[in-house]
Design a protein around this ligand. Structure first.
Ligand SMILES: [Zn+2]
Length: 275
């Protein structure tokens, strides 16, 4: 049986950082956001996806969506806030009221819909899971989320709010070190493609995540030179093709969870979080 592979890409401002006292995130090195690495990185990722004929999920923030990502529209579109807000307020000191959260979602939804197409799923900036935000998503026709990590099976399951959750896995590598299925360390030169291919091996589902800007800028805001950026692109191609070659089938995120056939032949839906 082939596993299902969800490749998810956050299309957000370059090397995003929370800014204390401000709702909008900045970019490493300053409170003013930059977008050029994000746009350029999206093109690099789109070329790789074209090369291997694979569909991905792009979680776009509203402000970034209008900066020029036409190629993303042929993939699955998700929402990632408007200004990369921290909905917990832990990083910025800004707490949003319920109505403020709703306005942010509306602004993000409208900007992403206008620029790229209607978002069908959601990922919270900084992977900050906020139940109030999740409960509002169906108002926008969004029925799937990917803002949680899991150390168990990362098969999609039904949240209490009724949304389908596609968690990002974490596990231990062969040296016993924690590895998350976010490609940060690979883009920073600290892990290789094999770490993620091994992480996926044997799973029924695998959700992998990265950022557009991380194809050409490091998380402390340094622009990669040509050879760094090229080897970074080769690594991403190696991860994606390695996972597909090991028997996974690329899928996109959908709010309609199919019922799963249990071992006893009964059809059931996975309703509880994986343990
Ligand atoms: Zn983000």
């Amino acid at each position: 049986m082939s596993g299902k592979f969800y490749f998810t890409v956050d299309a957000d401002r370059d090397a995003n950082v929370p800014v204390p006292g401000r709702a909008a995130a900045g970019s490493a090195g300053g409170a003013e956001p930059r977008f050029s690495s994000s746009v350029k990185g999206a093109e690099i990722i789109l070329d790789i996806l074209d090369e291997i004929g694979m569909k991905a999920v792009f979680f776009a923030e509203g402000r970034t969506a209008g900066k020029g990502f036409p190629g993303i529209s042929s993939h699955c579109i998700g929402l990632h806030g408007y200004d990369h807000e921290d909905f917990s307020g832990m990083r910025t000191g800004i707490r949003f009221s319920r109505e403020e959260k709703r306005s942010i979602l509306r602004a993000g939804y409208e900007a992403v819909s206008d620029a790229l197409g209607k978002p069908v799923c959601f990922r919270a900036p900084y992977m900050v899971y906020d139940p109030e935000i999740i409960s509002m998503l169906p108002e926008f026709g969004i029925r799937a989320d990917s803002s949680l990590y899991t150390e168990g099976s990362c098969g999609p399951y039904r949240l209490e709010s009724g949304l389908a959750e596609y968690p990002v896995p974490k596990s231990k590598d062969s040296r016993g070190k924690t590895i998350a299925a976010y490609l940060w360390p690979m883009h920073e030169g600290k892990r290789g493609p094999g770490d993620y291919i091994r992480m996926a091996a044997g799973r029924e589902f695998f959700t992998l995540a990265t950022h557009t800007w991380h194809m050409c800028e490091t998380c402390d805001g340094k622009i990669m030179d040509r050879s760094y950026s090229e080897s970074n692109a080769e690594n991403l191609l190696a991860v994606l093709s390695g996972i597909l070659d090991s028997g996974f089938r690329a899928e996109v995120i959908s709010g309609s969870l199919r019922t799963r056939r249990a071992g006893n032949g009964l059809i059931r839906e996975n309703r509880s979080p994986p343990s």
